[in-house]
Design a protein around this ligand. Structure first.
Ligand SMILES: C[S@@+](CC[C@H](N)C(=O)[O-])C[C@H]1O[C@@H](n2cnc3c(N)ncnc32)[C@H](O)[C@@H]1O
Length: 271
């Protein structure tokens, strides 16, 4: 199986996504979504942003590489009585089933950044956006001191080196890189803007329990623990992650977790 798909089907991202709903709702609220708008959510997971977009009346299609997450998103939409929200499996670097210029808004929050072949991802996002439409991406930033960049950095330091030719997903968090990708896809530089924003992980238990969720259900951390286990370093990895989550927890209530994480919010207008 495609290793990118295997990574995300390995765990169960729904367990992490449950801590990201508040920020997902807030982000969607800021997008100016109107009734009838056609929205594509790429790397939609279990629908953290797709479902709120549908609640605003958009016609939403969520695409994700992981079949378990597509199923989970369908279940959540059905439980919430949303009929204007469809989900299908697909790869952000090859959206062959989707027509040119067919969406008013393409959203990808920490989703398409994980697809291989980033130049193809940029091309596909631009291709399916209608003239005058927008692409909005949320991308983690390499070496940022906040939660997710640090989890990925720590996890990578316990994992075997990636295969040759592997392009780090974190490069989507570097302005120069992402501008090069979108300009290569035909977007003028002045149509691309970037700002730092915050996503908060809210979890109804202690930070160490959230670390457990990442250890059990988040593909990149699961892989890091498997590799660390083989080298007898799992306890060190656990200790580093516990310290990270503890030090970043801003909740003032005992046994609850609230950790803000900085990301790069990218907006691209397509002519
Ligand atoms: C960190 S999760 C974010 C999910 C969702 N956007 C959210 O905000 O909760 C990354 C998602 O990207 C998906 N993904 C990874 N590679 C992909 C690809 N090549 N094409 C489509 N989706 C992909 C994963 O399956 C996973 O659902």
């Amino acid at each position: 199986m495609n290793p990118n798909q295997a990574l995300w089907e390995k765990g169960d991202f729904t367990r992490i996504a449950q801590s990201m709903r508040d920020s997902g709702e807030a982000l969607v609220k800021s997008l100016g979504i109107r009734r009838g708008m056609k929205v594509l959510d790429l790397g939609c997971g279990d629908g953290t942003t797709a479902l709120p977009a549908a609640r605003f009346g958009a016609e939403v299609l969520g695409v994700d590489i992981a079949r378990n997450l597509v199923e989970a998103a369908r279940r959540r939409a059905s439980d919430q009585g949303l009929t204007n929200c469809k989900f299908q499996q697909g790869d952000a670097s090859n959206l062959q089933d989707l027509q040119d210029r067919s969406f008013d808004l393409v959203v990808s929050i920490f989703g398409a950044m994980f697809a291989p072949r980033p130049n193809d991802v940029a091309k596909e996002m631009v291709r399916v956006t209608r003239a005058g439409g927008r692409i909005v991406m949320g991308n983690w930033i390499p070496n940022d001191p906040t939660l997710v960049a640090q989890i990925l950095k720590i996890s990578a330091s316990y994992s075997p080196p990636p295969p040759e030719g592997f392009v780090s997903p974190m490069l989507w968090g570097v302005e120069k890189e992402l501008i090069a990708r979108f300009t290569a896809a035909g977007v003028p530089k002045e149509n691309i803007s970037c700002e730092r924003d915050t996503y908060t992980f809210n979890f109804p238990d202690a930070p160490s329990r959230l670390v457990d969720a990442f250890r059990k259900y988040y593909g990149p951390t699961m892989n890091a623990f498997e590799a660390a286990d083989k080298n007898g370093r799992a306890a060190d990895l656990q200790k580093e992650l516990d310290a990270l989550f503890d030090s970043q927890n801003r909740s003032e209530t005992k046994n609850t977790t609230s950790i803000p994480a900085t990301y790069l919010r990218v907006t691209v207008t397509v002519n």
